[in-house]
Design a protein around this ligand. Sequence first.
Ligand code: ADP
Ligand code: MG
Length: 722
Amino acid sequence: MPSPQRFAALQQIQRRRPMTTEAPESLEALWGRDVFSLTVMKEALPGRVFKSVQRTIKEGGKLDLSMANAVAEAMKAWATARGALYYAHVFYPLTNSTAEKHDGFIVPKADGQAIATFTGKLLVQGEPDGSSFPNGGIRSTFEARGYTAWDITSPAYLMHTPNGVTLCIPTVFVSWTGEALDKKTPLLRSNGAVNRQAQRLLQLLGNNEVAPVNSSCGAEQEYFLVDSAFVALRPDLLLSGRTIFGKPPAKGQQFDDHYFGAIPERVQVFMQDVERQLYRLGVPAKTRHNEVAPGQFEIAPFHEAANVATDHQQLTMTVLRNTARKHGFTCLLHEKPFAGINGSGKHVNWSIGNATQGNLLDPGSTPHQNLQFLLFCGAVIRGVHRFGPLLRSVVATAGNDHRLGANEAPPAIISVYLGSQLEDVFNQIRVGEITGSSDGGVMQLGVDTLPEFAKDPGDRNRTSPFAFTGNRFEFRAVGSGQSVAGPLVALNTIMADSLQWITDQLEAELQRGQSLELGAFAVLRQVMEQHGAVVFGGDGYATSWHEQAVQERGLENLRSSADALPVLRREAVRTLFEQQGVLSAVELESRYEVYAEQYCLAIEVEARLALQMARTLVYPAAVRYLSELGGALQEQQAMGLHPNLAVRNQLGDLLNQLNNHCDALETGLAEPPHGSEAHMRHCADQLMPLLLELRQAVDGLEAVVDDTLWPLPSYQEMLFMR
Ligand code: ADP
Ligand code: MG
């Protein structure tokens, strides 16, 4: 029998019914209904303006103000006809969340009337307060001006809430002095960098027509659903998104009976509501299924241009959270909501390509395409080897630390999985006789005889943090609650750097009179000699790999964010971002400061929560039970029985531990050291272990205290009751 408050929650949940919303509609009726898309613009804009907009979207560059005025007018007419009274510049600060500044279209007139106005200037530029968002010291309040600027490549859309409609305009967010304060600006710059370098290589390879190159992304989102009646009784879930305490249930995920199982009806109805909203917003949701852990699910879209995919990913998180609430759920996007049970990731599928050559990470079927593919793939290998620690650092959050390196998600060591076929080809290149002048060598591995790659490599390696999956790479270490922008920026930038190096080398080979094929293989051989150590096809969880990776291959194992975030301060990383024009030294340093602060904040909030819960919820329940138990034992004694004191002693022991650990945690919280690195170390090395010790005492108490007194919903209830 659970405690009264848990009992009330259980009753509430039992009464819940799947919440149907509107009648089902066809894809045609739903798709993009709320999007100010190219199709809408084509109809609404004068031909000249539309062509200019289209060109700007495809080729980048600025839209002049007269055009912007026409677009603003059309956008306003479209949005107001659909009930919008307000518009919002939507931007993406360094917090993984979405921020919005809302303004009304309204302008009152002298005659008492009011009209809706919207100009090109208002569309193109907004002015939120730059100092209220994390900026790592770039902006202080006395120089607070920040600007949002319309990102024409990501379509505007309407956000429906029960009492109205808002026109949302995706924007970049920069400081008055032009420094990026957001996640979109560097993403756009990194696309530019990859475009510049890929173009060079494609032209060198003899492609006559080369369209702009862009990166693509499809992000698989894992999440948990917990009934909100339980969450209301769990301050930890409410404030930190994860359970800081909780004893593992008798049944966990050992039976593997949840993964791809039938979706519970209440959940499916929720998913359908989410998908319908996403379709209206032009987000191409494509797959839905149960994940490995009980209560865990996944949604994945069809991949899109990285910039749009990133905005759509943010929208997906927003819609998931809001819709869950409507259905009596809380959607947990935290990387590790429950100890002892699989956490949630966000696999970022990434590729680069263009309209003329297609997906440049697709092996294709002709030898010529093969050569091109091998060079682009070689660039990835080189990049991940040179900047593996950077890739680790862009997925470094307090939440993700619970996954990386724990025995479930990819390890914190960044390696590349190529699949046996491709790994074999690259190994041949590494030892290849082809750099010798003998034709025999060329025949062995030359372009004419290269194998055709099977489209689907068949085998998957779930233990690799970075895996080739047929025509793209899957970065599997990204956390479920993270924005995908940071990982994409890192991937694009290291790719640009490696493409630049490869093109430079190849140019030198050609100047030396080498043929394109032999030159390319010589460059690839260098890549494999210097960077082949990052290629690994085995079990990424095995301790033998961790030893081999670090000791023999020289890869780094950056276990916690406190180890990984300082990578952003390394000279090589600063040079990389500066050279590719993606982040200045100041911008990079500010990002380091913001992420370090967020890491410390997250852990300190958890520590304070743990203290509060241990002292005001757990301790009182345990003491009440101790006193009840003491009474019962006394009664037994009075009756001349020999009472068993084991439970009482255990209880006393655990209560002692709880008090001691609480005191230690309080002391640990009292005086954090100065400086972000020392502060992070303190959180990782002092607070986290203390938190874990306190948890062990609390979870021990949960195992002995009378269930009718235990105030916190159990793992069993939260994971299995829907
Ligand atoms: P799996 O679970 O097998 O990894 P999913 O279908 O769940 O596969 O997700 C794969 C994701 O990869 C989807 O979002 C898909 O659109 C995306 N994807 C497919 N091809 C590419 C590509 N060339 N570039 C980027 N993403 C891609
Ligand atoms: Mg998947």
